[in-house]
Design a protein around this ligand. Structure first.
Ligand SMILES: [Zn+2]
Length: 467
């Protein structure tokens, strides 16, 4: 069995074969940094993190590039209007660059909390203005882009025959189905901006041959993927909401500018709904990750997301998350107990048995089938049953050691860790000390109790007295 992935380009599962043997180039559209990361970000970046981890597990050397959009993404994903980052900058009365950096930091903190590995290269649109101007020049030279008297540059969509192929739309349906704000200087309503002249009051702007202005949103991904991964690369990822217009426009730009096919596999994750409804700031059901982390640790949110296949939507409910937490805690407890037993035992050799081998094989089969984490986790639960059986009967360490190796593989690929951070023994010891202190305090022996507290404080352990 070999890896198959669902390719949005062909709308079917295909055997995965990298362009260069042993290497994978992967580009995933990163966040626009103007607000708190939310559940939608978690779904997307956890999904691609598992893809990244699994490809590495299979032995590929993966170069994973993710951009940070810090300019050019306009409110409402529109073709004209306010820049998302500048809008927030005005509200918070600080520079747009401060906004971008602030939310980028919060984004990476949230990703760390979710145990998402950092990409190999994280690149910013504002750091690539020279390359952006270069690519726009190429598109103008090839007559696929035009400069208007107002100093804007647009892509001539009509001329690119494959426009709409990824999202399965024709130009007519694009026009009738979408509410496109038509700038008066466009040749055709569906042409999209490569460069915009800065209106009065626009802060982020650069010199260019056409006007003092700023790049459109789509061009940055074509430019940065080319710079770090070359003209044609293996995997381009993003949320399903990026298919149109964003990825459609990327394909149009890159294919023409590079004279080469853009991407071999387009992979898209499905979206998050909240209680069956689309999540949106205006709907009042918007769930940010920093808010969620106040109640749940990132590992539980990650586990909850992976319970669904990445191409299925995640319908977020409080009950669902609570249920996931219960399961996660149960798994953790069993694994912690197993590891406690192993660490306190003499050395044994591994004892594999057919049950364990089969669980490994089935898990890898599930991952090979378009990264089916949902099915994969069902085998993890089978393994937990096996451990529980062992813990309540034979306690055969050599067999537990073999299961532990299996669990470690699950943890590596899924990016989940099931052992609580505190060592069990330490935790028990602290509880005993605490009990003694409580007794001392109850007998009004505050001097002794304080002495113990001070000594614990010196070890960096904070003790809070109740009442
Ligand atoms: Zn992109």
């Amino acid at each position: 069995m070999s890896l198959v992935v669902y390719n949005t380009i062909t709308r079917k599962k295909e055997e995965f074969k990298s362009i260069k043997e042993g290497y994978v180039g992967m580009y995933v559209c990163g966040p626009t940094v103007y607000g708190y990361p939310h559940l939608g970000h978690a779904k997307s970046y956890v999904s691609f993190d598992v893809i990244y981890r699994y490809l590495r597990y299979l032995g590929y050397k993966v170069k994973y590039v993710q951009n940070i959009t810090d300019v050019g993404h306009l409110v409402g994903d529109a073709e004209s209007g306010e820049d998302k980052i500048e809008k927030v900058a005005k509200i918070e009365s600080i520079d747009p660059q401060e906004i971008a950096y602030k939310y980028e930091t919060i984004y990476f903190d949230a990703m760390r909390e979710l145990n998402v590995l950092p990409p190999s290269i994280s690149c910013r649109a504002t750091g690539h203005i020279i390359e952006i101007i270069d690519m726009i020049k190429t598109l103008i030279d090839k007559d696929f882009a035009y400069v208007t008297s107002e100093g804007n540059v647009y892509y001539r969509v009509n001329k690119f025959k494959d426009y709409g192929a990824l999202s399965n739309r024709t130009l007519d349906s694009v026009l009738s189905g979408e509410r496109i704000e038509v700038a008066t200087d466009k040749e055709h309503p569906s042409d999209f901006a490569l460069w915009k002249k800065a209106e009065n009051g626009h802060i982020m702007k650069w010199n260019s041959p056409w006007s003092v202005g700023y790049p459109g949103w789509h061009i940055e991904c074509s430019v940065m993927s080319k710079k770090y991964l070359g003209n044609t690369f293996d995997i381009h990822g993003g949320g399903m909401d990026n298919i149109f217009p964003h990825h459609e426009c990327e394909i149009a730009q890159s294919t023409i500018a590079n004279d080469a096919p853009f991407v071999k596999y387009f992979i898209h994750n499905n979206l998050v709904t909240v209680n069956g409804q689309k999540m949106g700031k205006s709907l009042g059901n918007f769930i940010t990750l920093p808010d969620l982390f106040k109640e749940y640790n990132g590992m539980i949110i990650r586990f909850y997301i992976l319970l669904n296949h990445y191409r299925k939507p995640t319908d977020f409910t409080k009950e669902g998350l609570t249920e996931a937490k219960k399961t996660y805690d149960r798994i953790s407890e069993t694994i912690t107990n197993m590891r406690f037993l192993i660490s306190n035992s003499e050395l044994y050799t591994l004892e594999l048995n057919p049950d364990i081998e089969l669980l490994k094989e089935n898990f890898l089969k599930a991952m090979d089938d378009d990264f089916n984490t949902s099915l994969g986790i069902s085998y993890l639960l089978e393994a937990i049953k096996l451990i529980n059986k062992e813990l309540t009967s034979d306690k055969k360490i050599s067999r537990l050691l073999a299961i532990n190796e299996l669990i470690k593989m699950y943890e590596e690929i899924l990016g989940l860790t099931f052992t609580s951070n505190t060592n069990n023994k330490e935790q028990n010891l602290l509880e005993i000390i605490n009990e003694i202190r409580n007794d001392l305090r109850a007998n009004k022996n505050y001097e002794e109790a304080d002495k113990i507290r001070e000594k614990l404080n010196n070890l960096g352990i904070t003790v809070n007295d109740r009442g």
